[in-house]
Design a protein around this ligand. Structure first.
Ligand code: MUC
Ligand code: MG
Length: 373
């Protein structure tokens, strides 16, 4: 018997309430569904990963429920009986059996990294190339909110956590009204903090070319995915015409996508969500392509819970290419978390949890409480 052999893989659906509703372009979330994946080794060590999408299937086609079906039925049988230090080979075998489904694969990749690192008594960061940094700048994201509520939330966050950068979700409703809301918000804050927008690919070319210059004049610092994922020509046009850095998010869901963005010179920054990319190994490849192409990378989120966020922190803290800060704040959006200790957020940064694996332990009372009946 080998201590590193994967004995079983368990999945359970959690519904974790949010501190406030989070409005996306097409959907408002009040709770985050999270598929908790446990990879149990013969030696008794367990590693954890999370299957999470931002809000629901609208973002990338998967949700926590589809992930459960794919992991239980297809990915778990590929993992069980293999040594966890065969992770690269297991991930390659996933591709032979299941196309796409990157969020589901990411949950397994993270749980295997956690189990393997715990078995070795080292942090996941050490499996990913080792220390580059111990903390990373943190942008806080506001959902789609009326002006006064948005100003209040920003003021509160500056005081409570020292955030200096805020992301504003756009793309819902009339673009003229949506733009005016953000212009007024920027005016009310008067350059006190850095503001960026994420349109989640909802505007067409003409709408983007009409309203983004207005947002540039209002002092916005970054435009995240204003136009559809596949349309790199329009993204390039925006990148070269408007003079505000552009971040590709939905346009980059694989290393090959990153290469296409580099070749098309379609963006200045790539958002690396370790979830949408299918895990930490694929995220490493994507960051390497961006770096070689002269693009910066941002440590992006799918609003993961503590384990998923910690995984992205281990990735960001081992990857020099993540030079454009992060938005790894997912656990802070949850009313209550479900680990025995929390990721530390202070002075506008997120700190890497310490200890073996991801550096967090499950709180089973809370996990049982949040588990879907
Ligand atoms: C996205 O598209 O970036 C991250 C933060 C947030 O509010 O939405 C997400 C998803
Ligand atoms: Mg985005």
């Amino acid at each position: 018997m080998s201590d590193l052999k994967i004995a079983k893989v368990e999945t359970r659906l959690l519904d974790v309430p949010l501190i406030r509703p989070h409005g996306f372009a097409t959907y408002t979330a009040t709770a985050q569904p999270i598929l908790l994946v446990s990879v149990v080794l013969e030696g008794g060590v367990t590693g954890y990963g999370e299957g999470v999408v931002p809000g629901g299937a609208w973002w990338g086609g998967e949700n926590a429920e589809t992930m459960k079906v794919i992991i239980d039925g297809n990915l778990a049988p590929i993992m069980v009986g293999r040594e966890v230090n065969e992770l690269g080979g297991i991930m390659a075998d996933f591709e032979k059996s299941v196309a796409n489904m990157r969020f589901a694969k990411a949950a397994c990749d993270v749980a295997m990294h956690d189990a393997w690192a715990r078995a070795l008594g080292i942090p996941v960061r050490d499996l990913l190339g080792g220390r580059v940094r111990d903390e990373i700048d943190l942008t806080w994201a506001l959902g789609v909110l009326p002006l006064d509520e948005a100003v209040n939330e920003i003021e509160e966050r500056i005081t409570s956590h020292g955030h200096k950068s805020f992301k504003l979700k756009m793309g819902s409703g009339d673009p003229a009204v949506d733009t005016e809301r953000i212009v007024q918000l920027a005016g009310a804050l008067d350059g006190k903090v850095s503001l960026r927008i994420d349109v989640n690919a909802r505007w067409d070319r003409i709408t983007a070319l009409k309203y983004l210059p207005r947002l540039a004049d209002a002092g916005l610092d970054l435009f995240e995915q204003p136009t559809p994922a596949h349309d790199l020509e329009t993204l390039r046009e925006i990148t070269t015409r408007i003079g505000v850095p552009v971040m590709a998010d939905e346009s980059v869901c694989s290393p090959a996508d990153a290469l296409a963005v580099v070749k098309a010179q379609a963006a200045d920054v790539i958002a690396i969500k370790t979830t949408k990319l299918g895990g930490l190994l694929e995220s490493k490849k994507t960051a390497a392509i961006a770096e070689a192409g002269g693009l910066a990378c941002h440590g992006a989120t799918s609003l993961e819970g503590p384990f998923g966020t910690a995984a992205s922190l281990h990735f960001a803290c081992s990857t020099k290419a993540i030079s454009y800060g992060s938005e790894l704040f997912g656990p802070m959006l949850l009313k209550e978390s479900y680990t025995t200790t929390d990721i530390v957020y202070e002075d506008g940064v997120a700190r890497l949890p310490q200890g073996p694996g991801l550096g967090l332990e499950p709180d089973w009372d809370k996990i049982n409480h949040f588990t879907r009946a």
